[in-house]
Every structure is written in structure tokens, then in C-alpha cells.
Design a protein around this ligand. Sequence first.
Ligand code: DX5
Ligand code: ZN
Length: 220
Amino acid sequence: MANYRIAPSILSANFAKLGEEITAVIDSGADFIHFDVMDNHYVPNLTIGPLVCEAIRPLTDAVIDVHLMVEPVDRIIPDFAKAGANIISFHPEASRHIDRTIGLIKEQGCKAGMVFNPATPLNYLDHVLEKLDLVLIMSVNPGFGGQQFIPEALEKLKSVRKRIDETGKNILLEIDGGVKVDNIAEIARAGADTFVAGSAIYGAGRDSDPHRYDSVVAAL
Ligand code: DX5
Ligand code: ZN
């Protein structure tokens, strides 16, 4: 259990009381706050940016785990670093120069993650895996919370787990999309150690509920 992290996705939270919703999941024991950034260009939805990251930073010491679904990606990275992001992850399709983007994130003092859509091949890890702090496997197509888990993501997790273990480095393996009480244990067995959960934690009313958080953890 100690090796697992839960990253509630605030995309599913009630934005009218975002601060309270963040404090509630932290009080429940969340390790990360997953922060979904969408630009209505790389993905068909528009969400939150560095100003919101800066506003929530004083609320918690938890890791702010920024998932950038924006294109181009490089120019927004320094803004998120200044706003207090701890981890910044990007989609390789949204970067012209992947190695440069990783370097930029690290130069800004953040940890770097790379994100794989359901149909994005893992060979993007070639040559850069050892420079990454996190690999994020999408188990839905990015853009919206509340979608169904795509089961092919399990095989992908197993492959990445193997590749990470071969490096001997401490690289997190995160899963994002459709993580629920009834599938989280299987996802963990496939090798994930960090679990994004949006609708499973915030529920249909967009309000968090400690029982919902606890049942996700208990299912691990
Ligand atoms: C989707 C986002 C996810 C989303 C997950 O593009 O990256 O982080 O919030 O939501 P659930 O857990 O509801 O699938
Ligand atoms: Zn996400």
C-alpha cells in the first residue's frame, strides 16, 4: 500500500468551491492533486491554467501533478513552474522536440512526465526513459472525465513496468482514465503505482466524499 499514490483529478470537482474540495481529498490522504490542463486545440475541451495552479498552491504541500493537454506545449511550462507545479507531464505528439521539452521542465525545477494516449506507441520512450520521472498511461482518450476504462491499457502498463524496472530508476508509473473501485486492483497488478481518479472520487454531484475516497484506496 505504501508504494501506491492516489491522485484525485480536480477536473471532476465542484469548481465553485475548489479550495474546499482540494482540502477534503488531502484530508482523506491524497498524495497528489492531478491538474488537467486542456486547450480546446490538442483536446476538445477547455479547462484551467497557471492562475488556478497558483491559487491552489498555498492550500497544500501535496504534489501538484500537472497534466498538460496543450499544443504547443513548451511556452506554457515556465508559467506552471512559477505557479508551483511539482510534476509537469506532456504528450509527445504536442512537442516538436521531445528531449528539449523534458529538459525545459527539469530546468524549471520540476519533475518531468510523458503521457501516452491509448494509441500512442511506447517507442517514444526510446532514448528518453531514463530522463523521465514519471510515465503516464492514458486509459481513455484525453479530454473528458467520466469515460470508460480502455482495457488495452493493462498490457501497455505491463510493458512500461518492465522497461522502468530495467532502468533501476525511481520512475513513477501513473494511470489516468476510468479508474474505479472495481478495476483499481487489476490496474495495480499490471504495474501502475500512481492512480488518477476523478469521477470515482468526486462523484456525479462534483462534491468529494471521504467514503468514496476511502473505498478507492480500500480496493487497492
Ligand atoms: C482526461 C483526464 C483525466 C480525467 C480522469 O483527459 O486526463 O485526468 O480527469 O477522469 P476519470 O477518473 O473520471 O476518468
Ligand atoms: Zn489527466
